[in-house]
Ligand binder design. Structure first.
Ligand SMILES: NC(=O)c1ccc[n+]([C@@H]2O[C@H](COP(=O)([O-])OP(=O)(O)OC[C@H]3O[C@@H](n4cnc5c(N)ncnc54)[C@H](OP(=O)(O)O)[C@@H]3O)[C@@H](O)[C@H]2O)c1
Length: 216
């Protein structure tokens, strides 16, 4: 599959490398495809990845990974072109983290109680199929995470059942069990999981954990 990645930070690079290892073709979208941080990554990661503008990544991708700074989403959509995202799955990894620092280990969000980044993004892209995923795990653990306790669980949500099935198949390839938490309204809960995931990091200084749903 052709994967267009909107974001060249740690998440874009981790997922881009994972998709490439699984045999997909990747364009890593950024404002500056010639920057050293991007060209270095491309040369290390192999032939099936290249760098492009946000617009090039958006046009190229049959599936789009949204992994920019949440506060820059409008700029990224303007650069990518909303029409280039029409009819496509948007794998939304974003968390609406505020500029201000965490308070006693608790991340601050720019969203207020009842809204979520996932729902806001789905409203901005009414003709795309937003599936929230990969927002409750650190980038080094996104591809083939290994835990003695077994396979961790990725919590996903979105409005389109078929898109979620496709994302679930990709998550299996990436080494995850999946729990479909329902429609995009569940984003609020999924984005809360990021606060919990980061709390252990801020409080205990450990970032090597993942969530697992225990089932009988
Ligand atoms: N880091 C993690 O482990 C992790 C884990 C789960 C979820 N997340 C979420 O995933 C998303 C990506 O996180 P990240 O750490 O990889 O990167 P990030 O630092 O949050 O975002 C980097 C990307 O945002 C773009 N960007 C920043 N300001 C911009 C602006 N004004 N206009 C256009 N683009 C702009 C950058 O563009 P350029 O490429 O041009 O620099 C870059 O591609 C975030 O929403 C984060 O909350 C992160």
């Amino acid at each position: 599959m052709k994967i267009g990645i909107l974001g060249s930070g740690a998440v874009g690079k981790a997922l881009g490398k994972g998709f490439a290892e699984l045999g997909h073709e990747v364009i890593l979208g950024t404002r500056d495809p010639k920057s050293v941080k991007v060209t270095d990554w491309v040369s290390k990661t192999g032939n099936s990845v290249r760098a492009g503008t946000f617009e090039e990544a958006a046009k190229f991708g049959e599936l789009i990974v949204l992994c920019c700074l949440y506060r820059a989403v409008d700029d990224v959509f303007n650069l990518a072109g909303v029409s280039n995202l029409k009819g496509k799955i948007i794998l939304d990894t974003t968390n609406p983290i505020a500029d201000e620092p965490p308070v006693n280990g608790v991340l601050k969000y720019v969203t207020t109680g009842r809204e979520s980044a996932g729902e806001i993004i789905q409203n901005k892209l009414p003709d795309s199929f937003v599936v929230k995923a990969f927002n409750s795990i650190g980038s080094p653990l996104m591809f083939r995470p290994k835990f003695e306790e077994g396979t961790p669980t990725m919590f996903i949500c979105g409005n389109d059942a078929d898109s979620k099935k496709k994302v679930e198949a990709l998550l299996t390839d990436f080494g995850w069990d999946t729990l479909d938490c329902g429609s995009i309204e569940a984003s609020n809960a999924l984005e809360g999981l990021c606060i919990i995931w980061c709390a252990r990091g801020f409080i205990e200084g450990q970032w090597n954990h993942a969530f697992k749903l225990l089932k009988k």
